[in-house]
Design a binder for this molecule. Structure first.
Ligand SMILES: [Zn+2]
Length: 341
């Protein structure tokens, strides 16, 4: 059997990631073998590397769930794809077909779902085994360096265009200028909103990148911007910061009858009263992952150029330079690192 190099997260201890030689995976009848062209580094890959993640990981596991590539081999029962097809893959590698959520098309919300990069081997390697139901065609004009970021765009699309109700002219505040925050701001702009994205002093470089999406940027307190028009607060707050505490800020900035969408998460408990939620009659909505129709919409946005991920890509590194790619993103020097196996 042929061998390949892979970025492997091998233990729950901090820093337990290394390049390892693995065998090219066998595929099942419903799978394809995908030759990975590009794979994005996600905040969750970093969290597994620094061991401050809050989800169950099957060690050892190949990292990487934001990827695209070319079909190298087809399973026996895969008839609607061809070798050589350019595709991106959804992240729900294992789903329960009998789950009521799956039957409703919401397999992303099935608690038994297992994803690439933590539940099963991901794409920071040459070949990955992918169930064919996960695949979406990538148009020829969309480069893999961009197409591999379909997944975080889908997270943002679900939060902003599906889970929030935004009307043109709404004032939308995004908390947190990471990949998801910036992409949420970009999608809110597409919905016709006035958008401001909020970060800390240390986020200045990432906020400058967010400016390229036509949104305003705020360091620190966004109260003035939220209350600028009619002194009531912003219509929608998208909380894309990686902690729970920012909900307190969201509750201060949102207008009565407004919406808060929480897409960033962190395991720390809250330590404040939710009374403003009641008093302001606010809708608090979680947003998690994405499903098939969202992927099709986002690929359409990317291939037409309506949504451009180029500004957030801080560089493309070879697989053996994974450590540099992780480090740069971890330090906030780049918004998004991309790997080339
Ligand atoms: Zn991700």
């Amino acid at each position: 059997m042929k061998k390949m190099m892979a970025v492997v997260n091998y233990a729950p201890e901090k820093g337990s990631v290394e390049l390892r030689e693995l065998e090219v995976p066998e595929i099942g009848d419903e799978d394809v073998l995908l030759k990975v062209e590009n794979v994005g580094v996600c905040g969750s890959d970093l969290h597994q590397w620094t061991a401050d993640h809050s989800w169950q990981v099957n060690y050892p596991v190949v990292l990487g769930h934001e990827f695209g590539g070319v079909i190298a081999r087809l399973g026996k029962n895969v008839h609607n794809w061809n070798e050589g097809d350019r595709v991106v893959s959804e992240t729900a590698a294992i789903i329960d077909p009998h789950s009521p959520m799956t039957k409703a098309g919401l397999y992303n919300l099935d608690p038994n779902r297992k994803g690439f990069g933590y539940g099963v081997n991901g794409a920071m390697t040459t070949f990955v085994r992918v169930p064919s139901r996960c695949l979406h065609q990538v148009p020829a004009n969309l480069a893999f360096e961009q197409a591999c970021l379909t997944e975080p765009c889908c997270v943002a699309y679900n939060a902003v265009a599906v889970n929030a109700q935004i009307k043109p002219g709404d004032r939308v505040i995004v908390l947190g200028p990471g990949t998801i925050g910036i992409l949420c701001a970009a999608v809110a702009k597409l919905c016709g909103a006035h958008v401001a994205i909020v970060g800390l002093e240390a986020d200045r470089a990432r906020l400058n990148i967010a400016k390229q999406y036509g949104c305003e940027t705020i360091i620190g307190d966004a109260t003035q911007w939220a209350y600028a028009t009619d002194v009531m607060g912003a219509d929608v707050i998208i909380d894309a910061a990686g902690i729970s505490q920012t909900l307190k800020i969201a509750l201060q900035l949102v207008r009565p009858k407004g919406q808060i969408i929480k897409v960033g998460w962190g395991p720390q408990p809250l330590n404040f009263s939710l009374d403003p939620l009641v008093q302001k009659n606010v809708t608090l909505q979680g947003s998690f992952s994405h499903n098939w129709p969202i992927w099709e919409k986002v690929i359409g946005l990317l291939s037409t150029g309506l949504l451009n991920v180029q500004p957030i890509i801080g560089g493309v590194w070879n697989l053996d330079e994974w450590h540099t790619a992780f480090e740069k993103m971890h330090k906030g020097e780049v918004v998004k690192s991309v790997l080339k196996p």
